[in-house]
Design a protein around this ligand. Sequence first.
Ligand code: GDD
Ligand code: MG
Length: 360
Amino acid sequence: MTEAVLLVGGRGTRLRPLTVTTPKQMLPVAGVPLLTHVLARAAAAGIDHVVLATSYRAELFSAHFGDGASLGLDIDYVTETEPLGTGGGIRNVASALRSEPDDPVVILNGDVLSDHDVARQIEIHQQAGADVTLHLTEVSDARAFGSVPVDAEGWVTEFLEKSPDPPTNRVNAGCYVFARRVIDAIPAGRPVSVERETFPELLGRGARILGQVDPAYWLDLGSPEAFVEGSVDLVLGRVGSPALPGPTGQALLLDGARVDPSATVSGGTTVGRGAHVGPGSKVLASVLFDGSQVAASAQVHRSVVGAGARVGTGTVLDGAVIGDGAVIGDGNELLAGVRVWPQAVIADGALRFSSDESPR
Ligand code: GDD
Ligand code: MG
């Protein structure tokens, strides 16, 4: 038996307004909830028991995944009444784990899409006799991540979460192997950050934390730009997933999606179930949620259109996020960073929002 804990309790603030009603791991990415890709990959890596550490909108996870049988997994749910943070969330599920003290337990941030070889990480962890093994990946700007310097043999020397001046661009990829006993030693019943408290404290006590650098595809889908990028990469085949719901390529068209023959839908776009793209419109590298509508002669680029939302005739979206059920009238222009609240209505006319202001 190999078991994993999935941290899925965050509020997904950076992905608002998409996360106002839905936790980020339940948002559709290439046609299925992001977490489905993560779980399917975990199953493919030989993990059979999964504990979901939930908090925000916990009920949506169990309603969708149930006992996990459809993914070949045995899924348990443990819900925090108050969010306990990443370390507190891990500690809080200890009673649901089945592993012995020295067994490896995999911990995954639930918002990461990756081709990383977890089975190999477990092997390396066991061979080295590590207390914890961290998957490390390289990014161009490490400030938004945990920067993790290692020594010549790969042992972690420091863990610096979201530091303004990171010493290395090798960052924590949010995939850990913990010896079970290390989980039991995290303080219970209060919020704990695994990044800011547990790792620094373990290093201070001389614990053996190993870093495993793996250059495989890796992306944290926690921001709107990255959310679109992850979905596009799945559709274009830049990263694989056993959970893709249909044939991919330039676009993924889900059941009941309708694209007018004179429209162009490409660049890794997903057109959701029952969604509609009208005559002459161009939709490039975007995510159209179920039941959304793009009217005629519109241009949608690197944007997300929420469930049931409507984009009017001739409207241009570029880097925009449209909440569920919002109505964007004809002839509008919503550019980089604009976020429209669910159910908001923007009248016809050449409105141009190009700041981070969120029209509600
Ligand atoms: N159960 C539970 N409880 N889960 C939580 C809580 C909580 O209180 N807070 C956050 N989570 C979950 C989130 O839902 C997400 O799946 C995961 O923990 C990580 O939280 P994020 O909010 O996405 O963190 P981040 O992306 O800023 O930083 C983390 O991930 C980076 C890699 O993607 C850190 O681990 C960084 O060190 C790391 O580099
Ligand atoms: Mg994240």
